[in-house]
Design a binder for this molecule. Structure first.
Ligand SMILES: [Zn+2]
Length: 189
């Protein structure tokens, strides 16, 4: 297996090296005299190198920060890390009070996601369950900033921007940047 990594998206791909296609091609060439002398019915022998080539090209495991996806000759499977690690608590930092219209920041969405996690994961089906925790959901941005300051968060290391520069600088114009600035102003920090 070879691997390739893209640091910007934190993803690693494990796959069979495509150099494996060389012996497969040789096998197909070696089969040709058999097929030509023994008759067209023996063309079925070409299925072996064809299946091997498809297996080499299809088989891979992709690992990123959220999930692990495997693909083999006849199927594929995706597993969230929370399930791989048998996590029972998932924390999400959404906030509904002064959100700017994102539907997935509402308590209804979190409740629906909790039901879905109960149905879609092994832990949920077997009864041990997965809890979706959204501790910031009913806090204002100012409350969150005050709580973060109390807990020693270095806000210089964080940003809320939807359109940051390639160097990671916030744009200062998007909704998230403006709500953040308003939160800091209201928290008097
Ligand atoms: Zn922004």
């Amino acid at each position: 297996m070879t691997q390739s990594a893209d640091s910007s998206v934190q993803r690693v791909i494990f796959r069979v090296p495509t150099t494996g296609l060389l012996p497969v091609g040789l096998l197909a060439i070696c089969e040709t005299p058999v097929v030509t002398t023994a008759g067209p019915a023996f063309a079925v022998l070409y299925l072996v190198p064809i299946l091997l080539a498809v297996w080499i090209l299809r088989t891979r495991t992709v690992v990123d920060t959220e999930q692990l996806r495997t693909r083999s000759l006849f199927g594929a499977r995706t597993l969230a890390w929370a399930e791989v690690l048998e996590a029972q608590d998932i924390f999400i930092g959404v906030n509904a009070l002064d959100y700017s219209g994102y539907p997935d920041c509402r308590p209804e969405y979190i409740a629906a996601f909790q039901r879905m996690a109960g149905l879609a994961t092994k832990a949920g089906v077997e009864g041990s369950g997965v809890r979706i925790n959204a501790p910031l959901i009913r806090m204002t941005k100012a409350d969150i900033i005050r709580k973060g300051t109390e807990l020693g968060v270095d806000f210089d290391l964080t940003l809320s921007c939807y359109d940051p520069s390639p160097g990671g600088e916030p744009c200062g114009r998007c909704d998230a940047c403006q709500l953040r600035a308003k939160g800091f102003a209201e928290a008097s920090l």
